[in-house]
Design a protein around this ligand. Structure first.
Ligand code: DHK
Length: 145
């Protein structure tokens, strides 16, 4: 059994309520439920968490160093600003997949830059919340190689 961390950054607690024309109507609870079902069907487990605080995300990435086979991360707006999250991910040895619900490249120019992309094995943007399941499915496949 493998454990995968699925981490979410600021404002994603408002998923389903915030700008639904961009982020959709599903809640983060819905996303957690579908990821949990996917992991459990393959005999694995997830740690699913969200924080509006940069340090909390960093602390979870540090925990992942000894506990997780891989990380799915949607850092929210920290994607575009946080060298500290990039440094934490660089201290994690397993695969990292970056997820964005929206296509950040179709949006404002300040969203086009991602520090995390310089570390991630893959980047999924614009698939809506389905991107989480695609990312987790790929981590599961990688762990079975
Ligand atoms: C979510 C956010 O909160 C934004 O700050 C990012 C990302 C995009 C998303 O599409 O999931 O720019």
């Amino acid at each position: 059994m493998s454990l995968f961390f699925i981490l979410n950054g600021p404002n994603l607690n408002l998923l389903g309520q915030r700008q639904p024309e961009i982020y959709g109507r599903e809640t983060l609870g819905d996303v957690e439920e579908s990821c949990r079902q996917l992991a459990e069907a393959a005999g694995h487990d997830i740690f699913f968490a969200q924080s509006n605080r940069e340090y909390e995300l960093i602390d979870w990435i540090h925990e992942a160093r000894t506990q997780a086979q891989g990380i799915v991360i949607n850092p929210g707006a920290f994607t575009h600003t946080s060298i500290a999250i990039l440094d934490a991910l660089n201290a994690f040895e397993g695969p990292v997949i970056e997820v964005h619900i929206s296509n950040i490249h179709k949006r404002e120019v300040f969203r086009h830059q991602s520090y995390v992309s310089t570390r991630a094995e893959a980047v999924i943007a614009g698939l809506g919340v389905e991107g989480y399941a695609v990312a987790l499915g790929q981590l599961i496949r990688l762990s079975q190689r």
